[in-house]
Design a protein around this ligand. Sequence first.
Ligand SMILES: Nc1ncnc2c1ncn2[C@@H]1O[C@H](COP(=O)(O)OP(=O)(O)OP(=O)(O)O)[C@@H](O)[C@H]1O
Ligand SMILES: [Mg+2]
Length: 351
Amino acid sequence: MSFIQFQNVTKYYNRAVVPAVDHLNLEISKGEIITLLGPSGCGKTTTLRMLAGFEQPTAGEIRIGDEVVYDDRRSLPPEKRGIGMVFQDYALFPHLTIEKNVMFGLNKWKARDKKKRVQEVLELVGLGDFGQRLPSELSGGQQQRVALARALAPNPKVILMDEPFSNLDAGLREKMRFDVTNILRKANATAIIVTHDQKDAFTVSDRVVVMNEGVIQQIAAPKEIYRCPVNCFVAQFVGKTNLISGTLCPDLKHVETHFGRVCVPQQTNQESENVVVSIRPEGCRLAEYGRYAGIVEQATYSGEYQELHVRLQSDHTPNQPMVIYAPIEQDIEIGSAVTFNITPELVALVN
Ligand SMILES: Nc1ncnc2c1ncn2[C@@H]1O[C@H](COP(=O)(O)OP(=O)(O)OP(=O)(O)O)[C@@H](O)[C@H]1O
Ligand SMILES: [Mg+2]
């Protein structure tokens, strides 16, 4: 049985004509780390706040463990839901030491247990020697670990983190993704993390929930989201892709496109033969005698790879050029002819 369950949860804010969250169904297992991923305004924070009890759904049911925390008859207050929340700005008390900050949620504990628990969680987040400092005496990443320690201290059933990495610069962000995941795993926590950054979502979570306009688009492990996006929105939101329309062949394993046949790996239950395929740029590999041919119109260096825009030979209509990632060491001139193959594992049928 799932540990957290949203059942048909819908939220209309006052006077809104469209819901912020629309018939959301989601089940989360104990110990799972889930991210809610989607563009600004898609309902991620609203979902988190409804679970925490800070916002009331308009309809639906929410369960944590074997307890219904919200339905049309009851709403458990936030402090009774056993949730630890880490806010985007960490919300540490500036005038209190790190130790006192972490102690904050433990006011019902005995003094001796309190001290022991504070030291335990500070050690868990790698700040065992920092208890006597003030928040202003810590770096951004350290402050975030204090916020996480404070949330974990009372042994909550669930940890919620809203945009936990958005205040950090690129290098620290990468480290904190790793640290936060490790800490959550060590604490055996069940966690929901909100982000609009694909890399955050992919690196920290067991499963990713992609949302758009209040509606869940896909729930799957990171690799599956990337390799088999279910629709154009997901394909485009998580990384770059080429969306190309074509006709599904009777064998259901190939699609006829304007530049030739493309193999699609996964079985489909598509009813129409008019389909769209998503082909990832890194799934197109330059080759000496590749199956597909075109002329390089543009080459941009990103440092890790070069992004080529290739006008396909067979392309007599004003289609978008194909985006292909090529290795950085390869010298490619604008206007040169190239051929390439497509890796089927990075091709997906999308709706
Ligand atoms: N208190 C509120 N009153 C009215 N409308 C709200 C309120 N909070 C959010 N909304 C609206 O609900 C929708 C979803 O907002 P929400 O904050 O959940 O989005 P989000 O996915 O967290 O976005 P972001 O990535 O920008 O934080 C938006 O259209 C927003 O304008
Ligand atoms: Mg938000």
